[in-house]
Design a protein around this ligand. Sequence first.
Ligand code: ATP
Length: 237
Amino acid sequence: PQAANGLTIENISAGYGQALAIRDISLTVAPGQVVALLGRNGAGKSTTLKAVMGMLHLRSGSVSMDGVTVSNRPVHARARTGIGYVPEDRRIFTGLTVSENLEAGRRPADGTDAWTPKKLFDLFPNLAPARDRHAAQLSGGEQQMLALARTLMGNPRMLLLDEPSEGLAPVIVDALAQVVKTLKQEGLGILLCEQNTVFTAKVADRAAIIESGSLQYEGSMSELALDDAVRKRYLAV
Ligand code: ATP
């Protein structure tokens, strides 16, 4: 059944060419909940996010956001239903300034609590002094923060984050975890692909483990923390 609120992924399959990269994946993410999609390299984590966002056609299954089926809609229409996506390669506009990148992400909010550059500079204090610098000049951590901030300018209610902590120094990963906690408290739902178990343990409520394109485990983060067998079998720990 489709949840009235949040993201519902039902039995989706998708792939590249003839081959299926994910099979029969079902997941739900409620408002204010962080679900971590874990698994080894090539397991199908990024493919799942792409299929949810519409970057990849579904072979079967459906995706709905706040009770509205979006799987028959193009990417921009999914964004309009409130799904925001930060891809692994970040895709910020390196030739534009920080402020211009934020403007490029602007999409009117349905509600009143719209994100503005001012609010985002409060959330990401490192970006404020860099607002007139070209994005190309930012550090990797600042670029990741900018990619997230630009997506927030679209006022999503659900975020798809593909390995946000990848390549970042531990102190930056901590700052990112604080941001994710703040967003969660504000009621955003977040589906997070991650390899970094330290970051995941800090922010996630639930974990789903994917292997060879199929979901193998789902449980709370505390259940997973106690389950050595599952972690040894599916995660590189
Ligand atoms: P990673 O962390 O390495 O990105 P992942 O769990 O996100 O791993 P996916 O990127 O979803 O894994 O890849 C799932 C499978 O799909 C892999 O077998 C991969 O080789 C294949 N795949 C991914 N992208 C493409 C593509 N553009 N064309 C063909 N096959 C692809």
